[in-house]
Ligand binder design. Structure first.
Ligand code: PLP
Length: 365
């Protein structure tokens, strides 16, 4: 799939950027360090009060016995699946064909761990209980990604999730949550993070998506599981002598933003509704179920790109820096709502879509 990146500069020049929390500037780390006592002792190879306190805080928040801080979700999740495969002596797992491990990790699970993934469900829909029940192969672990990012951040009904969890428990299949955006789904489900995590044996959550930290992840589960994950973290070179810049930023931005997930979700629904009024534009899902969604447009990226660049300049509002060319007559992009959305004036936002619709009608065909 080709990606048209000609909107990167026009987006950077916009006064109001609609998606995300803040640009990835060094200032984001400076904000954190400005608040911290310079005599605070950092962590050393996974030990020390700072890392242990944060791990304990997150274990309690996720409702799990224990938690381990990792530099990346990529490392944490390959390790989680390896542990479950070793425990059940079966190097087979199941997950969605578009999950992060399958399409964004250069086959790390297969190359490093020799684990065979079974791809469940079609690319454009969620995994259902039926898919799991009809699985012909035995597996050690089922990984569910909530929300399923590559299809617009869709979510199963909570009852479906409960049924999948109960089935896996009954069959002795470990259930792992790719919760990169776990905090972001609580307003839709109207459940606490701990209630959702209780359905899973192991959970990974990210601190740089809705939380907006620098990088970093937590892997949580029972203590036997997390102790094994520490050994694998060392084997993977993930035990950096100090991870404190990531821990401090994770904690700082968690405290700043964890209570804003409802606001981001409402913002996503509001913006998607405005976009769906535009002819030739549809969001996926039509009504978002988290702070993220995909925007699909029935025009080629080459047609839309100069029109959007002009609109960013006129209104000062920027939507996206890239367009994925889904065909020669259509394109799409992803939006995640964070702090920046509420700063964009509503009249300017409405003006963006009024202009876009008008100009696509004139120039788009
Ligand atoms: C759904 C999902 N899982 C896992 C990851 C991996 O996280 P990391 O970038 O920390 O390796 C990402 C990152 O974008 C993600 O979106």
């Amino acid at each position: 799939m080709k990606v048209n990146q000609s909107l990167i500069d026009p987006l950077q020049a916009a006064t109001y950027i609609v998606g995300g929390n803040a640009p990835r500037f060094v200032q984001e780390l400076k904000n954190v360090l400005d608040q911290v006592d310079g005599n605070l002792v950092g962590d050393t190879y996974g030990s020390g009060k700072m890392i242990e306190d944060f791990q304990n805080q997150m274990a309690a928040y996720l409702g799990k016995e224990s938690a381990v801080f990792f530099p990346s979700g990529t490392m944490a999740q390959q390790i989680a699946l390896r542990i479950w495969c070793d425990e059940l002596r079966l190097p087979k797992v199941a997950y969605h064909p578009l999950c992060h491990l399958e399409i964004h990790e250069q086959d790390g699970l297969k190359e490093l761990h020799h684990i065979q993934p079974i791809l469940l469900a079609d690319k454009d829909r969620l995994i259902t209980l039926d898919d799991v029940v009809q699985l012909e192969d035995n597996i050690s672990c089922l990984l569910l990604e909530l929300p399923q990012r590559e299809i617009g951040g869709q979510l199963p009904a909570y009852s479906e999730l409960e049924a999948i969890s109960a089935y896996c428990r009954d069959k002795g299949i470990k259930l792992h949550l790719d919760g990169a955006r776990l905090f972001e789904i609580t307003p839709y489900y109207q459940r606490s993070v701990a209630e959702i995590c209780a359905l899973f044996d192991s959970v990974y959550v990210s601190f740089y998506k809705g939380i907006g930290g620098i990088a970093g992840a937590i892997l949580a589960g029972d203590t036997a599981f997390t102790e094994k994950s520490k050994v694998w973290k060392r084997r993977h070179g993930g035990d950096l002598i100090s991870l404190y810049p990531y821990i401090l930023s994770s904690k700082y931005y968690f405290d700043q933003r964890i209570d804003k997930m409802g606001q981001y979700y409402e913002g996503a629904k509001e913006l998607a509704a405005i976009m769906n009024q535009c002819e030739g534009i549809q969001t996926k899902p039509i009504v978002p179920v988290s702070n993220m969604f995909h925007v699909h447009m029935d025009y080629s990226a080459d047609v839309i790109s100069p029109i959007l660049a002009q609109i960013y300049e006129e209104t000062g509002v920027g939507l996206t820096g890239y367009l994925i060319e889904t065909s020669d007559k259509s394109c799409s992009f992803e939006l995640s709502i964070g702090d920046r959305y509420s700063k964009a004036p509503k009249d300017k936002l409405n003006e963006v879509f009024r202009l876009l619709e008008m100009r696509l009608k004139v120039n788009g065909n």
